[in-house]
Design a protein around this ligand. Structure first.
Ligand code: SF4
Length: 648
């Protein structure tokens, strides 16, 4: 294999071929560490801080890796979100591939709900279901847009259809799920976009996926296609700090009332079209639908999450659960009696068997080793069983796959230790590497911890936060991010600023338009104020003066009623450890590092980070947070901050 460190060295291939490429020792070190992973199933965990250039550092060895037979290694690169996946595939990967391995084949693979399902689209058009007029009109308009695009698309990737909102009501009608896809029995199989995307992924040397798809695939053997993601020699997780939570979700068992509704709809459709003699099918489908709705009605109107074990002590919930179990049983018997008459019916039968078994599991809440929880949306209820720890499941999956694994992110270590991350995935023997940022944080950035703040939960906190924000913004000739841990606080501060801010600076508030649109407006304005919650704490890259001030309302401890957190706390207690020390603090440190990481994105960036939480200085654990942040100069004196911000 080519010596990968030479590629990154001054005067190396990348300096010669990529405009603006700057050799960075940390990048070279990371690339060399990946290239040196020779053993059969090595695991490398790398914290590569902002500015190290980790994307090229893993893409270069990925493109150049060869097996012992001299063949290109098959590599899966998994990113945190679909947006990052597209950015990697369309922007970073082509640049480095052209420079290093122009003949390497690369592919982008998304989850099945991202591809047009020709079969369901045909069904939707030829057998329209009655809806109320407003919904029918929306569906009609959206269907026109989809049909026009469907005639031209090559990939069937619905991401191309930018005119369609992400939550457009037509989407479930024209995409498939593992439940309703007909697989090889599908009349449209030969033209199926998902099959083609999977085929391209099979033939590619480097496949770009996202963590959700990776784990859905690892856990769920898709009916009809088997696994979507091909086997690989090397898997690289970017934004790897998200992996443990996402893995927990997918190693969970869940049922949503939405699945019951979808199944009931397919059964009614069958009765209305091809199995007109099976009136019982339609009757039991209505009952199934009603069971789902009745269960949802047992919960408050507003969305909530909570402990399912506790709910299963309520007489009415028990009664509705039993009725659902009976109805699934009856529906299964009706479908079984007609097996072999119709492929869709056979598939409905399989779904009923699965749902019945799963519902039995989810209502048997006495078993230990799991967290049982539920979540509601305005119309749906979903019930989940999450293992207290995924370490065992994940390590056995890793062993079975015999691949090499790289986990990287700018935020993996807590006070220099990876234990918090590696314990969750069972990666105790992994090789670890911390690559410091090349930025001069002491000169480029200042950390301000304001004095005389009320307690984080004090009702006057919003007013205090807004007063400090106003004072600092007045001296900031660039843009400002105000990052919150709750919508309540965001809305209170937004109301105060909108009433009192007398300058003509643009104030942008999360939720009023899409995230993309808000960010575009923020960058264009150059000195805007953006108020956001969790989705702005990570994956946002604003360089230069457009972002010079980041204010955080309090330490980002996760809400104690978060079911995934509760599962981890329970697991930690069972191991005899201290949940606050070993679970809650590390989680909040990683989140704070993410939020703080929005500020300095470039060697020329300067700016101030403000954290409005007394606990940073008053509590002993505050030190763990401070030691995990980049080494910025630190002050409690607002005059020093305004002076720093006033500089050009
Ligand atoms: S194979 Fe599945 S995804 Fe493909 S067109 Fe048929 S039903 Fe849709």
């Amino acid at each position: 294999m080519t010596d990968v460190s030479k590629i990154f060295a001054p005067g190396g291939v990348l300096s010669q071929t990529i405009d603006g490429f700057q050799p960075r020792p940390a990048q070279q070190q990371m690339a060399s560490a990946i290239a040196a992973m020779n053993d059969d199933a090595g695991v490398l965990v790398v914290e590569a801080e902002t500015g190290t250039g980790k994307t090229f550092a893993y893409l270069a060895p990925a493109l150049l890796a060869k097996t012992d037979d001299g063949e290109r290694k098959k590599v899966i690169v998994s990113t945190g979100t679909k947006n990052l996946q597209e950015q990697l595939f369309h922007r970073d990967l082509p640049r480095i591939r052209d420079a290093l391995a122009p003949d390497a084949i690369v592919a982008l693979l998304k989850g099945r709900s991202n591809y047009l399902c020709i079969q369901r689209m045909d069904q939707f058009i030829s057998q329209p279901i009655k809806h109320d007029p407003a919904v029918a009109l929306q569906l009609q308009q959206q269907s026109r847009v989809v049909k026009y695009w469907a005639n031209q698309t090559r990939s069937g990737d619905l991401g191309e259809l930018t005119e369609l909102a992400e939550d457009a009501i037509i989407l479930p009608q024209i995409t498939s799920t593992a439940d309703n896809c007909l697989g090889r029995d599908c009349p449209a199989y030969a033209d199926c976009y998902l099959v083609k995307a999977r085929q391209e992924a099979l033939e590619a040397d480097v496949v770009v996926v996202n963590h959700h798809l990776f784990f859905a695939d690892a856990v769920l053997k898709d009916t009809g296609f088997g696994e979507l993601i091909p086997h690989a020699d090397l898997v690289i997780f970017d934004e790897a700090h998200q992996v443990p939570d996402i893995a927990s979700q997918y190693f969970s068992e869940s049922i949503s009332t939405r699945q019951l509704q979808d199944l009931a709809q397919d059964m009614r459709l069958l009765y209305g079209t091809e199995l007109k003699d099976l009136r019982q099918l339609s009757t039991v489908a209505d009952q199934l639908d009603k069971c789902g709705r009745d269960l949802r009605l047992q919960f408050a109107r507003d969305p909530e999450r909570g402990n399912w074990r506790e709910q299963m002590r309520r007489a009415q919930v028990i009664e509705d659960s039993e009725r659902l179990a009976d109805t699934l049983d009856r529906a299964q018997a009706i479908a079984k009696a007609a097996l072999g008459r119709n492929k869709v019916l056979d598939q409905c039968y399989e779904r009923l068997v699965l749902l019945k078994a799963r519902w039995q599991q989810l209502t048997n809440t006495q078993r230990s080793g799991y967290s049982f929880w539920y979540e509601t949306t305005p119309r749906q209820l979903s019930v989940h069983q999450t293992p207290l720890s995924v370490a065992e499941k994940f390590t056995s999956y890793m062993l079975a796959q015999q691949m090499q694994w790289v986990f990287t992110s700018a935020t993996l270590a807590v006070n220099g230790s990876f234990k918090h991350f590696t314990d969750r995935l069972g990666l105790g023997s992994a090789q670890t590497l911390v690559l410091p940022s090349p930025f001069d944080f002491a000169k480029q950035a200042m950390l301000f911890l304001p004095r005389y703040l009320p307690a984080a939960s004090d009702p006057t906190m919003a007013a205090s936060f807004a007063a400090i924000a106003k004072q600092l913004i007045a001296h900031n000739h660039g843009g400002t991010f105000l990052l919150f841990t709750s919508y309540r606080m965001l809305n209170q501060v937004a109301a105060i600023l909108q009433e009192q801010e007398s300058s003509d600076r643009l104030i942008l508030v999360q939720g009023r338009t899409s995230k993309r649109e808000l960010l575009d407006q923020f960058v264009d304005a150059g000195d805007a104020i953006l108020l956001g919650t969790s989705s702005f704490w990570e994956g946002v890259d604003v360089r230069g003066d457009a972002l010079r001030l980041v204010m955080i309302d309090k330490l980002p401890f996760a809400a104690p009623d978060d079911p995934l957190l509760q599962a981890r706390i329970e697991d930690c207690r069972l191991r005899g450890q201290n949940p606050f020390q070993d679970v809650q603090i590390p989680q909040a440190v990683i989140s704070l590092k993410q939020g703080a990481g929005r500020l300095i994105r470039d060697a020329l960036d300067t700016g101030v980070l403000v954290v409005c939480d007394n606990r940073l200085v008053q509590k002993e654990y505050g030190q763990t947070f401070l030691a995990s942040l980049p080494a910025m100069s630190r002050t409690r004196d607002i005059a020093q901050v305004t002076e720093f911000l006033s500089k050009d």
